[in-house]
Ligand binder design. Structure first.
Ligand SMILES: [Zn+2]
Length: 195
C-alpha cells in the first residue's frame, strides 16, 4: 500500500487510511510531513528542521524551526509542534502521541518531549554535536526521570541530512560572497542543530 500525500491532505487533522501498513511504513509516511515542515523552514531562511505530532493517526501539531523569524530561541520545530498539539487536544500531556522530527532533538526539545509525556519519538538524522536524545545527552531514555520515551531513529535520515547539508552549503556560499564584498565576518546567526 502506498500513500498519496496530496489525497491524505496537508491540513492539520488530516486522517489517511493507515490500517494495513507496517509501523515502519507509517513512520516514513509521517516523516514525510515533518520533511515538508523542514523545507518550509528553509524557505524562511531558518535551519531546516521540521516536526509533527501525530495522535490517533492524525496530525495534531506541526512546526518548523523559526527562532530567527520569531526572535525566540525556544522556537524549535518540536516545541512549536508540541504547543500546537497540546492546545488542540486541550491537555498539557500528550501521552498517546508520537513526535516525528527530521533531526535528533536538542536538549531543550528532548526535555519538552519528556515534559509532554510523549509516548514515542521518531527522528531522522542524528545531531552529533548537540543531540539530546542519543548523540550527546540521553534525556528521553534517562532512567532517573519518571517518564521514558520510546525512540526510533534513522527514519528517512538521508533526506533530513541532505536538507541540512544543502542549507549550510548555501549559507557558507552566501557568507563568502558577503565577506568578499564587504569584509564582514562569517556566519554568526547559528541556531538550532548545526552540521
Ligand atoms: Zn530543539
Amino acid at each position: 500500500m502506498t500513500f498519496d500525500m496530496a489525497k491524505a491532505g496537508m491540513q492539520t487533522g488530516a486522517r489517511p487510511s493507515l490500517d494495513q501498513t507496517s509501523q515502519h511504513e507509517r513512520d516514513r509516511f509521517w516523516m514525510g510531513f515533518a520533511l515538508l515542515e523542514a523545507k518550509a523552514a528553509r524557505e524562511a531562511g531558518e535551519v531546516p528542521v521540521g516536526a509533527v505530532v501525530v495522535i490517533d493517526d492524525r496530525i495534531a501539531g506541526r512546526g518548523h524551526n523559526a527562532p530567527i523569524g520569531r526572535c525566540d530561541p525556544t522556537a524549535h520545530a518540536e516545541v512549536i509542534a508540541i504547543r500546537e498539539a497540546a492546545l488542540r487536544v486541550g491537555n498539557y500531556r500528550l501521552a498517546d502521541a508520537t513526535l516525528y522530527a527530521t533531526i535528533e532533538p536538542c536538549a531543550m526539545c528532548a526535555g519538552a518531549i519528556v515534559q509532554a509525556r510523549i509516548q514515542r519519538l521518531v527522528y531522522g538524522a542524528a545531531d552529533t554535536k548537540a543531540g539530546g536524545v542519543e548523540s550527546v545527552f540521553s534525556i528521553c531514555t534517562n532512567s532517573s526521570l519518571n517518564h521514558q520515551v520510546e525512540v526510533e531513529s534513522g527514519v528517512d535520515a538521508d533526506a533530513s541530512r541532505e536538507l541540512m547539508q544543502g542549507f549550510f552549503r548555501e549559507r557558507r556560499k552566501s557568507a563568502g560572497v558577503k565577506e568578499a564584498n564587504s569584509g564582514a565576518g562569517g556566519v554568526t546567526d547559528r541556531s538550532a542543530a548545526d552540521e
